[in-house]
Design a protein around this ligand. Structure first.
Ligand code: ZN
Ligand code: ZN
Length: 426
C-alpha cells in the first residue's frame, strides 16, 4: 500500500463491536480525503458469531460514510468519491460469516440512506401526497400491504386533531398505513408511528425564520419508520409490523386552526389549542388511536421530532426515550447500542400533566416550558389505550451539523438501525 492508516478505537476494555461502524466510516472518510481509489480494512480477529456482526457494522460504516444528498448539486460538487473499492481483510475461517453480515449491513445502510433522502427532500416536493405515493411504490416493490386514507376517510374515522392541523394547508393530508406480515404466526404485532409533518411553519403560532429553517425535517419520524419497514421485510422479521404516518403540513392561512379552538380526537378526547406549533402530538394522537382501534397491535413505538425541550435536556445527538414498560425500554436501549443511535430514558412524571389541564376541554395541547418533552410524552400517553408503548423524541438527532463517522452532515436516518435491531435479530 502507498498509505497506511492507523485507526485508534479506544481502550480494549471499553470497545464494543458496534463501534466498528464508526471506525470504518472514519477510515473511508480519511481515504476519500486522501483521494485514494481503494482501501483495505484489516479487521480484528473474532469468532464466527462475532464475524457476522463485524461484517454488518463495517458494511454500514463504509456505505453510510459515502452518503451525500446530491440531487440538487451540479458540476464539480456532484462528484463521486474517488474510492471505488473497499476490501475487508480477515481470517479465512470467518469469511462466510462475514459475508452474511455484510449482506445484512448493506440492507440496513440502504434503509438509513432512504430515510436520509426522504428527510433531505424539500418540503415543496415531498408533500403529504407525494410521500404517500412514495410509500405506495415502496409497498409495491417490497410486497407490503398499503392503505392510504384521504381527508374524507380520516373525517369519517373522527380524526379531528389530525385534520385540525391539516386545515391551514393547501396540500391535502394523507394517512399512510403500510403493513408487513411474516409467514406463519407473528411473534408480536407492532405499530411504528412516525411524526409526519412535511413542513412545520408553526401555524398561526408562527415560527421565526431561524426556527423554521430545518422544518422540512419535521417528517423525520416517518422517514425512519418507512426506512425501517423497507429493511425489515427483506430480513424475514418475525413480527407483524405496521407503519402509520399521519402526513400533513402545518401552515397559517385563513382556514388554519386557531388558538382557543377545541379539537375532538379520534379517541373521543377533546383538546384545547394553546399553541398551534405543538401540532405533532395532535397528529400522532390520532395515528396512535388508529393503531389501537383499527389495527389492534400489541406494542406501539412512535418516533417524532417533537420538542425543542428534548434538545435542551439531552443535546443534539441523543434521542429522548419514554416508555410505560421497563421491558420495552430495556430492549430499545440495548438495540440502540447495537444500532449506533444514542438513546437516553426519560421519566414520565404524572405531576407534569397538571400543566396540560384545560378549563373547557379534556386537556390542552401544550404545557409548561419546563419539562416540555415530558409533558409532550404525557399527552401522547393519553392515546395508547392499554398498549405497551415507547416514544422516542428525536428532535435533536434527526439532523447533524457536521460529519461524524457514519453520520453525515444533514439528515441522519436516526433510529432505522435501532428498529431493525429491535425487531429483526440476527
Ligand atoms: Zn410545531
Ligand atoms: Zn413539528
Amino acid at each position: 500500500p502507498k498509505r497506511i492508516l492507523l485507526l485508534g478505537v479506544g481502550k480494549t476494555k471499553d470497545f464494543a463491536l458496534s463501534e466498528l461502524r464508526h471506525a470504518s466510516a472514519r477510515a473511508v472518510r480519511a481515504a476519500t480525503a486522501s483521494k485514494c481509489q481503494s482501501l483495505a480494512l484489516v479487521l480484528p480477529a473474532t469468532d464466527p458469531v462475532d464475524a457476522e456482526r463485524v461484517g454488518e457494522f463495517v458494511a454500514e460504516g463504509v456505505l453510510l460514510a459515502g452518503y451525500q444528498f446530491d440531487k440538487y448539486l451540479s458540476g464539480e460538487r456532484k462528484r463521486p468519491t474517488t474510492l471505488t473499492e473497499v476490501r475487508l481483510v480477515t481470517a479465512a475461517a470467518t469469511g462466510a460469516a462475514l459475508d452474511k453480515g455484510i449482506a445484512r449491513g448493506e440492507k440496513i445502510a440502504h434503509g438509513v440512506m432512504q430515510a436520509r433522502d426522504l428527510a433531505h427532500e424539500q418540503a415543496s416536493e415531498l408533500t403529504p401526497r407525494r410521500l404517500a405515493d412514495f410509500a405506495a411504490e415502496l409497498a409495491k416493490s417490497r410486497g407490503l400491504e398499503c392503505e392510504i386514507l384521504g381527508p374524507a376517510q380520516c373525517a369519517e374515522l373522527g380524526m379531528g386533531c389530525f385534520l385540525g392541523v391539516a386545515r391551514g394547508s393547501d396540500e391535502e393530508p394523507r394517512l399512510i398505513h403500510l403493513a408487513y406480515k411474516p409467514k406463519g404466526t407473528p411473534r408480536r404485532r407492532v405499530a411504528l408511528v412516525g411524526k409526519t409533518v412535511t413542513f412545520d411553519s408553526g401555524g398561526l403560532s408562527l415560527k421565526t425564520t431561524e426556527g423554521m429553517l430545518e422544518m422540512k425535517y419535521d417528517m423525520g419520524g416517518a422517514a425512519t419508520v418507512i426506512g425501517a419497514i423497507g429493511v425489515l421485510c427483506e430480513l424475514d422479521c418475525p413480527d407483524e409490523v405496521h407503519v402509520i404516518c399521519a402526513a400533513t403540513e402545518n401552515m397559517p392561512s385563513g382556514r388554519a386552526y386557531k388558538l382557543g379552538d377545541v379539537l375532538r380526537s379520534m379517541a373521543g378526547k377533546t383538546v384545547e389549542i394553546n399553541n398551534t406549533d405543538a401540532e405533532g402530538r395532535l397528529t400522532l394522537g390520532d395515528a396512535m388511536t388508529y393503531a389501537v382501534e383499527k389495527i389492534g397491535v400489541d406494542e406501539i413505538i412512535d418516533l417524532a421530532t417533537l420538542t425543542g425541550s428534548s434538545m435542551v435536556a439531552l443535546g443534539n445527538f441523543t434521542g429522548a426515550l419514554f416508555s410505560n414498560s421497563d421491558t420495552l425500554a430495556g430492549r430499545l436501549l440495548e438495540a440502540s447500542q447495537q444500532g449506533g443511535d444514542d438513546l437516553w430514558r426519560m421519566p414520565l412524571r404524572d405531576r407534569l400533566f397538571d400543566s396540560l389541564k384545560s378549563d373547557i376541554a379534556d386537556m390542552k395541547n401544550s404545557g409548561d416550558r419546563y419539562g416540555g418533552s415530558i409533558s409532550a410524552a404525557l399527552f401522547l400517553r393519553e392515546f395508547i389505550g392499554d398498549k405497551t408503548w415507547a416514544h422516542i423524541d428525536m428532535a435533536g438527532p434527526i439532523h447533524a451539523d457536521k460529519d461524524f463517522g457514519h453520520v453525515s452532515k444533514g439528515a441522519t436516518g436516526f433510529g432505522v438501525a435501532t428498529l431493525v435491531e429491535l425487531l429483526s435479530p440476527r
